[in-house]
Design a protein around this ligand. Structure first.
Ligand code: HEM
Length: 723
C-alpha cells in the first residue's frame, strides 16, 4: 500500500465513533457550558416501561415468596462464583451497603433508591469489585418476579434477607424504589481524573476531615467511605477514626450508628485478596462483550472462591462469619493486633496470638483455618475513645447492639426514600423515626375560600405572600424527598433563622398567618401555600389574566419534637436564583447553583425559566432587592422579564457587581440586573426559552406555565396525603 492508498483507507466512508461514543462530546469544546440535561435525565424515552407505575405494581408482590427465594439463594452456591462457606450473605450485604452507602446528606444524592448500581460509574467503582457477581446471582430471581420488584428494592432486600438468614432480627423493610434506566448525570462524585487518586485532592487539609469538599462523603474517588488500609493507604487507626466519623456524619449517621454499622457489617463475611489485584481485568463498563457485563476478570488460577481478589485485604473478621453474633467484638477486643501484609500486598491488622479454634475456617476448604483480620477502620473502633466506649456498651448488652444495628441498617437502606408514607409492603415498621422528618396529617374539612378571603384582607403584600410560600416549599429535594412546605418547618429552628428566609420578613408574615390558620382550623403549612397561591393569582390579575390555582388541603404542622433540627442544616439554601439571592462568600457561579437547585426541586428547564422570569416580575426578590426586577410593572405576572431581557432597544453593561440595562439611544439606565438574569439572555439554550416566552403570541403561556410550575413546587412534597 503506498502513502496515497493509506490516506484513502484512513478516510472511512462510514461515519463512526464521534456521535455514538462519549469520546468526543460536542460540548467538549465548551467545558464550562451549563449542563442543562441534568434537568431532563431519566426521560421517558429511555424508559421502556412508559406509563408503568412501579409503586402500584409492587403492592401486588408476593413478599413472602420473594423472601423465601432470596433465603434459598443465600446457600445455593454456584460453580461460576462459589459462595464463601456456602453462604452468599456477606457478599449480598456488602452489595446492599455499597448501594445505600453512596448517599450523602449534603445534597441528598446517591443512595440505593434508584438501582443506580447497575450503571456507570458505580457499577465499575474500584470499591464495588465483585458486586457485579452479586447482582448477577440475583438475576434469576429478578427475572422470575419481573416488574413486580425493582432492582433497587431487590438489592437492598437481598442484604436484609441475608442478615435474617444469619440470625439478625431486622427492623423491617419498605418497598417502593423505582428503577432508573440510564446513568445519573446529576451526581458529582469528585473532580479527580484517576480512580483512587490521593485523598488530598478533595480536602483543604487531609488531616482535617471536615475540610473535605462538599457534597462529597467519601475520602477517595471510587470508594464508598474510607480507605480500609488507612488515610491514603497508611495505617493509623486514630486518623482513620476521624475520617470514618466525618464520612458517616455526611451520610447522617452519628457515632453510635457508625460503630454499630461497622461492627455489624463486619460480623459476617470476609475480605478477598488472595493474589495480585493488579492482575484483574477491566471493570464491567470497560470489559469486552464476551464478559457480558461482568468485570475484573481474574487470571489467578480460576480467580474465584479461595483465589478471589476484591479489596486486596484477605481474611474474615470473626470465628463464625455466617452467623450474626458478638464475634466482631470478641475478636477485636479479645486480641492484640499487629500490621501485616495480605497476599495481595495490602495493609491489614492480624492478631499477635490467637488460639487455633478461634480462627475462622477457610472459606472453601473446611480442613484449613486462617488468621482473622481487621481493616484500619475496624481498629478505629477500638482505638478511638468514643467508638471504644460505644463498643463497650454494645458488648455489655448484646440485645442493645442487635437493636441499634437493626435500626441503623434500616436507616441506611431507607434514608433516601423520604417520608414513611412512601414505604410500601407488609414489613413497614409502625414506629415514627425522627430522621424520617415525620409530619402529621393535617385538617382538610375547613373553609378554604373563607381563609383565603381573610388572607386577602390581611394587608400582606403580593411579594410577601409569594416569597413566604416559595421559601417554605423550595427546600424540597427529590434526591431524598426531604424538605418542602408540608410540616411548616419554616416556622421552626433552624429554618426560621436562615438568612435566605429573611427572618424579619418571615416573622412578620407568620405573625399574620398563624392566627388566621388557627381561627380557620387549617394547618399553618396549608395556609402558607394558600397565601402564596393568592399572591400568584393577584399578580396574574394585575397582568389582566384571571387565574385560580388548584389547592388541596391537608398538609400538617410538624412540632419541634418531630424535628431533628441539626439534620436540617444541609437543607439551608446557599443560593436561590429564583429569588435572586446568593450567599455573599459563595464562589460557584450563580447559574450553576440555580441549575443544581432546580434539579433538586424536580423542575424541567422550561419550568425553571418561567418560574425565574415570573418571580422576577412579581417582585418577590430577596430583601425587596431591585436588582433583577426588569419591569416597570412590579407585582404583575407579565412576560416583561423576557421581553426586556431580549429587547434590542437595550444594551447591557456591567456595573460593579451588577449589570445595567440601558436604553440604547439615550443611555438611560432602565433596570439593574444580576449576572444570573443576563445568563438567561446569553446561554444559548436558556435564551431559546426566554425568546419563546418573550414572543407576542405567548403572553398567556407565561401565566399558564408559571402557574403549573408553581403548583408543582407547592405540591412536590405531599407524599403523605391521600392521592
Ligand atoms: C467503616 C468503613 C468500612 C470499611 C473501610 C469497610 C471495608 C471493607 C472491606 C475492605 C471489605 C472487603 C471486601 C472484599 O475484599 O471482598 C469489606 C467487606 C464487607 N463489608 Fe465493609 N467496610 C466498612 C463498613 C461496612 C459497613 C457499614 C457494612 C454494613 C453494614 C459493611 C459490610 C461488609 C460486609 C458484609 C463485607 C463482607 C463481604 C463479603 O463477605 O464478600 N462494611 N468491607
Amino acid at each position: 500500500m503506498d502513502g496515497n492508498e493509506m490516506k484513502t483507507a484512513g478516510k472511512c466512508p462510514v461515519m463512526h465513533g464521534a456521535i455514538t461514543s462519549e469520546a468526543r462530546s460536542v460540548m467538549e469544546w465548551w467545558p464550562n457550558a451549563l449542563k442543562l440535561e441534568i434537568l431532563h435525565q431519566h426521560d421517558s424515552k429511555t424508559n421502556p416501561l412508559a406509563g408503568f407505575d412501579y409503586r402500584e405494581a409492587v403492592k401486588g408482590l408476593d413478599v413472602a415468596a420473594l423472601k423465601r427465594d432470596l433465603a434459598a439463594l443465600m446457600t445455593d452456591s454456584q460453580d461460576w462464583w462459589p459462595a464463601d462457606w456456602g453462604h452468599y450473605g456477606g457478599l449480598m450485604i456488602r452489595m446492599a451497603w455499597h448501594a445505600a452507602g453512596s448517599y450523602r446528606a449534603a445534597d441528598g444524592r446517591g443512595g440505593g433508591g434508584t438501582g443506580n448500581q447497575r450503571f456507570a460509574p458505580l457499577n465499575s467503582w474500584p470499591d464495588n469489585v465483585s458486586l457485579d457477581k452479586a447482582r448477577r446471582l440475583l438475576w434469576p430471581i429478578k427475572r422470575k418476579y419481573g416488574n413486580a420488584v425493582s432492582w433497587a428494592d431487590l438489592i437492598l432486600l437481598a442484604g436484609t434477607v441475608a442478615y435474617e438468614t444469619m440470625g439478625l432480627k431486622t427492623f423491617g423493610f419498605g418497598f417502593g424504589r423505582a428503577d432508573i434506566w440510564a446513568p445519573e448525570i446529576d451526581t458529582y462524585w469528585g473532580a479527580e481524573k484517576e480512580w483512587l487518586a490521593p485523598s488530598d485532592e478533595r480536602y483543604g487539609d487531609v488531616d482535617k476531615p471536615e475540610t473535605m469538599e462538599n457534597p462529597l462523603a467519601a475520602v477517595q474517588m471510587g470508594l464508598i467511605y474510607v480507605n480500609p488500609e488507612g488515610v491514603n493507604g497508611k495505617p493509623d487507626p486514630l486518623k482513620t477514626a476521624a475520617q470514618v466519623r466525618e464520612t458517616f456524619a455526611r451520610m447522617g449517621m452519628n457515632d453510635e450508628e457508625t460503630a454499630a454499622l461497622t461492627a455489624g457489617g463486619h460480623t459476617v463475611g470476609k475480605t478477598h485478596g488472595n493474589g495480585s489485584a493488579a492482575a484483574l481485568g477491566p471493570d464491567p463498563e470497560a470489559a469486552g462483550p464476551e464478559m457480558q457485563g461482568l468485570g475484573w476478570a481474574n487470571p489467578n488460577q480460576h480467580g474465584k472462591a479461595a483465589n478471589a481478589v476484591t479489596s486486596g485485604l484477605e481474611g474474615a473478621w470473626t470465628t463464625h462469619p455466617t452467623v450474626f453474633d458478638m464475634g466482631f467484638f470478641d475478636m477485636l477486643f479479645g486480641h492484640e493486633w499487629e500490621l501485616r501484609k495480605s497476599p495481595a500486598g495490602a495493609w491489614q491488622w492480624e492478631p499477635v496470638a490467637i488460639a487455633e479454634e478461634d480462627k475462622p475456617l477457610d472459606a472453601s476448604d473446611p480442613t484449613k483455618r486462617h488468621n482473622p483480620m481487621m481493616t484500619d477502620a475496624d481498629m478505629a473502633m477500638k482505638v478511638d475513645p468514643v467508638y471504644r466506649a460505644i463498643c463497650e456498651k454494645f458488648m455489655a448488652d448484646p440485645a442493645y447492639f442487635n437493636d441499634t444495628f437493626a435500626r441503623a441498617w434500616f436507616k441506611l437502606t431507607h434514608r433516601d426514600m423520604g417520608p414513611k408514607a412512601r414505604y410500601i409492603g407488609p414489613e413497614v415498621p409502625a414506629e415514627d423515626l425522627i430522621w424520617q422528618d415525620p409530619v402529621p396529617q393535617g385538617p382538610t374539612g375547613y373553609d378554604v375560600a373563607a381563609l383565603k378571603a381573610k388572607i386577602a384582607a390581611s394587608g400582606l403584600s403580593t411579594a410577601e405572600l409569594v416569597a413566604t410560600a416559595w421559601d417554605s416549599a423550595r427546600t424540597f429535594r427529590q434526591s431524598d424527598y426531604r424538605g418542602g412546605a408540608n410540616g411548616a418547618r419554616i416556622r421552626l429552628a433552624p429554618q426560621k433563622d436562615w438568612e435566605g428566609n429573611e427572618p424579619a420578613r418571615l416573622a412578620k408574615v407568620l405573625a399574620v398567618l398563624e392566627p388566621l390558620a388557627a381561627e380557620a382550623g387549617a394547618s399553618l403549612a396549608d395556609t402558607i401555600v394558600l397565601a402564596g397561591n393568592l399572591g400568584v393569582e393577584t399578580a396574574a390579575a394585575a397582568a389582566g389574566v384571571a387565574l385560580e390555582l388548584p389547592f388541596s388541603p391537608g398538609r400538617g404542622d410538624a412540632t419541634e419534637a418531630m424535628t431533628d433540627a441539626e439534620s436540617f442544616a444541609p437543607l439551608e439554601p446557599i443560593h436561590d436564583g429564583f429569588r435572586n439571592w446568593l450567599k455573599k462568600d459563595y464562589v460557584v457561579a450563580p447559574e450553576e447553583l440555580l441549575l443544581d437547585r432546580a434539579q433538586l426541586m424536580g423542575l424541567t428547564a422550561p419550568e425553571m425559566v418561567v418560574l425565574l422570569g415570573g418571580l422576577r416580575v412579581i417582585g418577590a426578590n430577596h430583601g425587596g432587592s431591585a436588582h433583577g426586577v426588569l419591569t416597570d410593572r412590579v407585582g404583575a405576572l407579565t412576560p416583561d422579564f423576557f421581553v426586556n431581557l431580549t429587547d434590542m432597544a437595550n444594551t447591557w453593561v456591567k456595573a460593579g457587581e451588577h449589570y445595567e440595562i440601558r436604553d440604547r439611544k439615550s443611555g438611560a439606565v432602565k433596570w439593574t440586573a444580576t449576572r444570573l438574569d443576563l445568563v438567561f439572555g446569553s446561554n444559548s439554550i436558556l435564551r431559546a426559552y426566554a425568546e419563546l416566552y418573550a414572543q407576542d403570541d405567548n403572553a398567556g403561556k407565561v401565566v399558564r406555565d408559571f402557574a403549573a410550575a408553581w403548583t408543582k413546587v407547592m405540591e412536590a412534597d405531599r407524599f403523605d396525603l391521600a392521592r
